[in-house]
Structure formats: C-alpha cells, structure tokens
Design a protein around this ligand. Structure first.
Ligand code: PEP
Ligand code: MN
Length: 249
C-alpha cells in the first residue's frame, strides 16, 4: 500500500501496462518490462467498465492471484481500478494505489467505500466533468489521498476519441494545488500520437503519465490501436524524465 505522499516522492510518476490483465503470463511479462524501463507502478486492471456490454469485461477476481505473484516475483507497485463497492476490500488488500475510472467518477457509493482506506487513489476525470465536479468527487474519497488523472473530455471535435484537456490539468494544479497525472492513451485512440501527447503533458507540468503498453500491441484484447510497444514505452519514460527534470530541477 502506498499513500499519496509516497507516490508523489516518485515524481514524475510513470504508470504503464496493458489496458486490461488478460492472463498470468501476459501481466508477468509486461510487469517485468515496464519495471526495467523505470515505471513506478503497473496498470493492473481486472475489471473493464465498457460502454458496450458485448465487449470484453476484464478477467475479474480470478486475476488477484496472478497479481499476487507479480507483486512477489517482480515487486512493482500495482495501480488497480475498482468498479464496484463490493470489490474494494479485496482490492485494497493487494493494490498499492486504487483507481477510479472516468465512468465511475461520480459513483458516490464507490468513492465513499474507497475513502475508508489509506491508499493513494487515482481519480480519472469524467468525460464531461468540470474541474469543480472533479474536485467534489475527490472530496467523497478524501481529497488529500487523490492523484487526479486527466484523460480527455468530450468536445464537438470528432477527429479523435477525446480532447486532452491540458488546460483543465493546469486549472487543477494552479488553482487547487493538487497533483495531476495524464492518461495519454485514451484521447488520441491511436498509437502514433501517444508519445507526442506525453511530452506535451510533461512540458505543461504534469506530475506523471499513464500509458497503455504491451509486448505485442496487436494482441491486446482492448484498446489495441492506442497501445504502444515496449521500446516506445522505454523511450517515453526516458524523455518524460528529462522533460520533468528540465522543469523541476
Ligand atoms: C482505461 O484506463 O483503460 C480506461 C477505460 O480509461 P477511462 O476510465 O479514462 O475511460
Ligand atoms: Mn484502455
């Protein structure tokens, strides 16, 4: 378990991993690679809140024992999404950082349950949430535990999945003084734009980034078009650290 203070000490916070855990072998292999590249935590998602009920929903609780093994053998902190209040207790037992997805930003019963634990919590911004609504949601958890995550909002523009709102990130950082990391995978929805958005986010002062990565992106069950390979991940980590150091040191 990590508190927000402990996570922030690792800044820039780099979190990488597959969109979703698919098998023990898959998550082991990715955990090992991202750790080697310098990731601070692994995306370890067992449930996928999907818009389409006919699409892959995640492996669920069965993955807990795989992640236990990842923790023991590889020793990388786990950032795990929870999607329902009844999952929180078990996830809190293994997760280092808990995570609330965009679709659950205002699932208040879930937020209250998560707030019972001391873990740092990544709170993603809802698709159309204002910064004020995002802060209010964090207050249900306990705002001092929250690391905000900008992931793109819905605008009138249809040339990409979502519009990455670095402005919103700056409002949160400058006016509310809370840490913000940026998910650079879900707004472009395509892998050739992921690294440039990562550099832009870091240059604007983000505290870190979240990115979907896989040893063979085309094998991904979910979000394969935006998933970067491990070589790109390695490059992204190095350059993000350089940009962070230029701004902060
Ligand atoms: C994800 O992180 O895989 C995801 C679905 O993101 P979001 O909750 O921001 O849509
Ligand atoms: Mn995804």
């Amino acid at each position: 378990m990590l508190t927000r203070k402990e996570v922030l000490k690792k800044s820039p916070i780099i979190i990488g991993g597959p969109c979703s855990v698919a098998s023990k072998e898959q998550i082991m292999k990715i955990a090992q690679a991202v750790k080697k590249s310098g990731a601070d935590a692994l995306r370890a998602q067992l449930w996928k809140p999907r818009t389409d009920p006919n699409s892959f929903q995640g492996v669920g609780m069965v993955g807990i024992k795989w992640l236990q093994e990842v923790k023991e053998k590889i020793g990388i902190p786990l950032a795990m999404e929870v999607t329902a209040p009844q999952q929180v207790k078990e996830v809190a037992g293994i997760a280092d950082i808990m995570w609330v997805g965009a679709r659950n930003m205002q699932n208040f019963e879930l937020l209250k349950e998560i707030g019972k634990y001391p873990h740092a919590v990544i709170l993603k911004r809802g698709f159309i949430a204002t910064v004020k609504e995002w802060i209010c949601a964090a207050t249900y958890i306990g705002v001092e535990k929250v690391i905000f995550c900008e992931r793109g909002i819905r605008t009138g523009v249809d040339s990409m999945r979502f519009t990455l709102d670095l402005n919103g990130m700056l409002v949160m950082k400058h006016d509310y003084k809370h840490p913000v990391i940026v998910d650079i995978s879900h707004s472009p929805g395509r892998r050739d734009m992921v690294l440039p958005l990562g550099y832009a986010a870091m240059a604007a002062g983000a505290d870190g980034i979240v990115v979907e990565t896989h040893y063979n992106p085309d094998e991904e069950l979910v979000d394969r078009a935006q998933t970067i390979d491990l070589q790109s991940f390695d490059k992204l980590v190095r350059k993000s650290e350089q940009i962070y150091n230029l701004l902060h040191k």
